[in-house]
Design a protein around this ligand. Structure first.
Ligand code: URA
Length: 211
């Protein structure tokens, strides 16, 4: 198993995701169709962890949350809190720059129906562990959703029973790190009103005060 932060482009750890990737490479030959690399600088103090790339979004553009509906809330929120600058145009070449902030996913490859399995999250965990270990100035990790929350705890070897997922909750982790939970900014959560713009903004306002 690689200790790199980034799986290789033809990573073969998850048979189901490999099969889906091959299908997508045939159907959409001009898309990224590979593990989506993290975005932002490694010397940032903030790491945001999402679930997995969306088919027509991050899997197409090759940048986390870019082209996915979830990014239409995430990136403007980051800009308004001084964590990104530029104009977000939902394309990887829009020139948007993250400030003191990096974004990654618990699972780097697009899953069918946007649903990852436990073994896939476990297989991708070493990349998240390596990502966290490489961020020498890291202070705060934002978990977008319960899967990211669990993946972060496992990646750091923390007990899951000690930290329950709750929107807005703040957890003290090993080595002085803080994890803040937010409901995922998915279309489902925003359409159903589980997550409002106000709730999401409040999370990032609190996060910025910790950096
Ligand atoms: N796109 C991503 O890159 N991650 C998510 O969690 C959702 C959409």
């Amino acid at each position: 198993m690689s200790l790199n932060q980034q799986p290789e482009n033809n990573c073969s750890l998850c048979p189901r995701l490999v099969e889906y990737r091959q299908e997508n490479r045939t159907r959409f030959p001009n898309w990224h169709n590979g593990p989506v690399p993290s975005f932002g600088k490694s010397d940032s103090a903030l790491l945001i962890v999402g679930l997995a790339p969306g088919l027509k979004g991050a899997n197409r553009t090759g940048r986390p949350f870019t082209g996915d509906v979830a990014g239409d809330l995430l990136y403007p929120t980051l800009i308004s809190h001084g964590l990104a600058k530029g104009v977000f145009r939902a394309e990887a070449d829009d020139g948007l720059e993250l400030l003191n902030c990096r974004i990654t996913n618990a699972v780097r490859c697009v899953p069918p129906q946007n649903k990852v399995t436990g073994p896939e999250t476990a297989a991708c965990r070493p990349f998240l562990s390596a990502e966290i270990a490489s961020m020498k100035n890291l202070k705060v990790i934002v978990a977008l959703g319960g899967v990211a929350h669990g993946a972060i705890l496992s990646a750091l070897g923390e007990k899951k029973s000690a930290c329950k997922f709750a929107h807005g909750a703040r957890h003290k982790l090993a080595a002085g790190l803080i994890m803040t939970d937010s409901y995922h900014c998915s279309r489902y959560n925003t359409n159903t009103g589980r997550l409002t713009e106000k709730m999401f903004n409040e999370v990032f306002q609190a996060v910025v005060s910790l950096l």
